[in-house]
Design a binder for this molecule. Sequence first.
Ligand SMILES: C[S@@+](CC[C@H](N)C(=O)[O-])C[C@H]1O[C@@H](n2cnc3c(N)ncnc32)[C@H](O)[C@@H]1O
Length: 275
Amino acid sequence: MLDRDYEFIRELVYNHSRINLGPDKKELVSARLGKRLRETNKTSIGEYCRFLQANEGSEELSHLIDAISTNHTYFFREPSHFDFLTNKVIPEMVQRRAKERWNSFNVWSAACSTGEEPYSIAIALANSLSTVQPPWPFRIEATDISHRVLQKARVGVYKEEGLQKVPQPLLRTCFQKGFGPQDGFYRVKNTLQEAVTFRQMNLLEGVPPFNDRFQVIFCRNVMIYFDRPTQEELVRKLARHLIPGGYLMVGHSESLSGINHGLQLVSSAIYRNPT
Ligand SMILES: C[S@@+](CC[C@H](N)C(=O)[O-])C[C@H]1O[C@@H](n2cnc3c(N)ncnc32)[C@H](O)[C@@H]1O
């Protein structure tokens, strides 16, 4: 891949998604573009870059971002967040609920990828809120920049391998096991799927497609691709969507130290909006 083609791709990806590809990612980008070249019938990366430059290539931009970004995820990733949600956040919010008159427990899974994160949240909430009286419904907004991952998320069918961290009893109550040609696959039950709304959204552009304030926001393993000013802009934006006393969970490799955000660090990779 020529340096000037790499620079062109780097700048385009940064301008559209703020994913910051370092000079060390050239090999990786080149490998990931292979599939796009085949699907667009281009014979070289240079020809593919010219296609992107032309108007007809504008739709290709979202396929390019899809190919470049890492969508890796699995159920109950970083389990300490789910322990904190179950043992600390939910009891605290249940206590505050009557006084605050909240109709539902609202969570935003920002950069949700193929859905494992928001469905894990739905499972944890369904399990913990099942005994709360009067019943308290929950709602999860799940957003991602990539149309492709959202399509998979909406289907809600997963291979057994990605479900290893789901506790056995919950695997039985929250999923339908596939048989015959569906052997080895599990489908998230409808009641849980109905609690999650998937929407396309670039976290760094405009405003979210909802006005809500959330008890909890999960924004994990996406900031790692952004530079410091972009991280700061994003955390400030997320903080505006937290209720006073609401929590932000970030990936354990995404320290917010040195970022001016106004949130309090309460546990590893967990921040709280002051009340
Ligand atoms: C590694 S996955 C993280 C999934 C999940 N949050 C987790 O921790 O397992 C990163 C996701 O961020 C999404 N993403 C990258 N840039 C984005 C942006 N600017 N706005 C919204 N989503 C973005 C990618 O499409 C990808 O699905």
